[in-house]
Design a protein around this ligand. Structure first.
Ligand code: ARG
Length: 286
């Protein structure tokens, strides 16, 4: 009889309970085009988007995470991509200032949510800043994207407001217009990314900081495999990103495929629909 007590390979990955903010895609559709994935002429199925989103929401809860909700507003079809609403570090909130007028009203909506929860520092970015779409907290540092959406000047502002060093990275491929479409944080010191989405200088920076990173192929990046959320052990990502799932499993992570095909039509997947709150919500559920 094979022993049942064999140690698991690389059991070092431990999930940490997380706190997320999500927005139901009640008003989701693609009615304008601000990234190459959005094709307004292509029909969207809002009911299916809601069903797929609810699966993600339930999955987080089954994994032991806390999920807060913000009320979706009519006329803001992209509000489902809550990652863009802000960047939260400790109890400090840096609220997004969107590049495109179509999304501008989302900033105040997210701001109100945080103010009502009693966060002590709620600062609206004075430079174009698309929240966790372009700012990814990785341990003690923040990786920040620029090139398509977030302004370079927003990086210094984030460093000041959030109190963590920011490493700036330049995106060069319009398919990967937000940092979170080209790079995902797996653990405090582990990431996965698609090198060709970055400028040569940024590629060098990433190689130096993360010599052991998981490297994505174009095929896995193209299906939004990098738009993933990790709790330190479980990595939720597009089920089409098979190559990434294999690499993650090989390292001892647990990849979990989540089909968000409708939300892909707006140019987003798992991470875009998930804003991480790194501080128990003041007066909240924890
Ligand atoms: N349609 C949205 C936009 O182009 C998608 C945002 C995706 N969000 C993200 N965190 N990458 O702004």
């Amino acid at each position: 009889m094979p022993s049942q007590t064999q140690p698991r390979t690389r059991a070092r990955y431990i999930a940490r309970p997380r706190h997320y903010l999500m927005c139901r895609p009640t008003h989701f559709t693609v009615s304008y085009r601000i990234n190459p994935w959005m094709v307004p002429a292509k029909p969207t199925d809002t009911a299916l988007a809601v069903l797929q989103w609810e699966r993600l929401y339930e999955l987080y809860r089954e994994l032991g995470h806390t999920v807060e909700l913000i009320e979706p507003e009519p006329g803001l079809p992209d509000m489902v991509y809550s990652a863009n609403g802000a960047t939260v570090v400790d109890d400090r909130v840096l609220v997004a200032s969107f590049r495109h007028t179509e999304r501008a009203a989302e900033g105040p909506a997210y701001r109100t949510w945080f103010e009502q929860r009693g966060y002590p520092v709620v600062h609206t970015a004075s430079h174009t800043n698309e929240g966790e779409g372009d700012f990814l907290v990785a341990g003690d540092r923040i990786l920040a994207g620029t090139g398509f959406r977030t302004d370079l000047a927003a990086h210094a502002e984030a460093e000041r407001v959030l109190g963590r060093p920011v490493v700036g990275l330049t995106l060069v491929d319009p398919r990967f217009y937000h940092l979170d479409t080209a790079l995902a944080v797996l653990d405090d010191d582990e990431i996965m990314y698609y090198p060709a989405a970055f400028s040569p200088e940024s590629r060098r920076t990433l190689r130096e900081l993360y010599p052991n990173a998981v490297i994505a192929t174009d095929a896995d990046a193209e299906v939004f495999g990098l738009n993933a959320v990790s709790d330190g052990r479980h990595v939720l990502l597009s089920p089409q990103a098979g190559g990434l799932a294999d690499q993650l499993a090989e390292r001892g992570f647990e990849p979990i495929g989540v089909d968000l095909s409708e939300l892909l039509k707006g140019g987003g997947s798992v991470k875009c629909c998930t804003l991480e709150l790194r501080h128990p919500v003041p007066g909240g559920t924890r």
